[in-house]
Design a protein around this ligand. Structure first.
Ligand code: ATP
Length: 271
């Protein structure tokens, strides 16, 4: 790991990050900064490297090379401090369906050693914020997909993280629920001054809520800036059009592009 000077106004700093899975270069030397209290959208086609990057930022995966700071801490050497700094909502639901909404929240608070009184107050604040307080004693298995997603977000915020990672938070939700969820996320971003790092395949959502976006393709960041600046730079009429101009219209098959690149390189080395 390279050392990096911490920027107080940066929630996340990434420099020269590389991740290889065997011969596959999943992340190919990326650098970006997420400012504190901003909503940052990390956009890219399937297999571009979004989840791999999130895993490295959240201590779940070790980078092959490069430097990362999350809330001023290095995820490879200061795992506990990094883990206290963020909350995360994964693509796959991870609630306990046999517990009530309230019990799911308590369970998370206990994991973070929160004293009972603090825990109770926090649960009330968050369930009210996500409009779930009236349903707190219902079993999660009776919840709709939208309610479950809201509860997962509330749970991810239990320990007062400064940064919230949302990996495709609106996946599988209807337009009404998506709209409501973004309202909640924006409110949260303003009320609790939380930095939001999100991924989505719905460009219209990113255009509406994100302060800044980075577009990743084949493991490389090909453009970053405000949604408006990307639209202008590509002479497009929307972020979706800008995204397609930048990443092309071909459907992505996962993996072979990068495999081929590394194979060609090693082939050249041998001849
Ligand atoms: P999606 O939008 O489909 O979630 P993504 O942008 O999150 O895609 P990643 O899951 O980060 O993409 O994958 C990036 C690349 O790394 C892909 O080519 C993928 O096949 C490869 N990859 C991911 N995990 C592994 C692994 N454990 N072993 C080998 N290759 C992997």
């Amino acid at each position: 790991m390279n050392t990096m000077n911490s920027d107080d106004e940066a929630a996340i700093e990434v420099r020269g990050l590389i991740k290889q899975y065997g011969n596959i270069v999943a992340i190919d030397n990326i650098s970006f900064t997420v400012r504190r209290r901003e909503i940052f959208a990390f956009l890219g086609p399937n297999g571009a490297g979004k989840t791999t990057t999130i895993k490295m930022l959240t201590t779940l995966l070790k980078p092959t090379h490069g430097a990362i700071l999350v809330n001023g801490y290095d995820p490879t050497r200061e795992k506990d401090a990094v883990r206290r700094s963020f909350g995360i909502v994964f693509q796959d639901p991870s609630l306990d369906n046999e517990l009530t909404a309230y019990e799911n929240m308590v369970f998370h608070g206990v994991l973070y050693n929160m004293p009972r009184k603090v825990r109770q107050e926090r649960i009330k604040t968050l369930l009210q914020l996500m409009q779930l307080w009236e349903r707190k004693n219902e079993l999660v298995k009776k919840f709709s997909s939208g309610m479950k997603r809201r509860l997962e977000i509330a749970r991810g915020l239990m320990h007062h993280p400064q940064i919230l990672f949302l990996d495709e938070p609106t996946l599988g939700l209807d337009p009404q629920t998506r709209h409501l969820l973004w309202e909640h996320i924006r409110e949260l971003n303003q009320k609790e001054e939380i930095t939001i790092f999100l991924t989505t395949h719905i460009m219209e959502e990113a255009e509406r809520v994100a302060d800044n976006v980075a577009v990743i393709d084949n493991g490389r960041i090909i453009e970053q800036g405000t949604p408006k600046s990307l639209v202008e730079r590509t002479s497009s009429s929307s972020l979706e059009e800008a995204f397609l101009t930048l990443t092309g219209k071909a459907i992505r098959e996962e993996g072979p592009g990068n495999t081929l690149k590394i194979t060609r390189k090693s082939f050249k080395r041998r001849v």
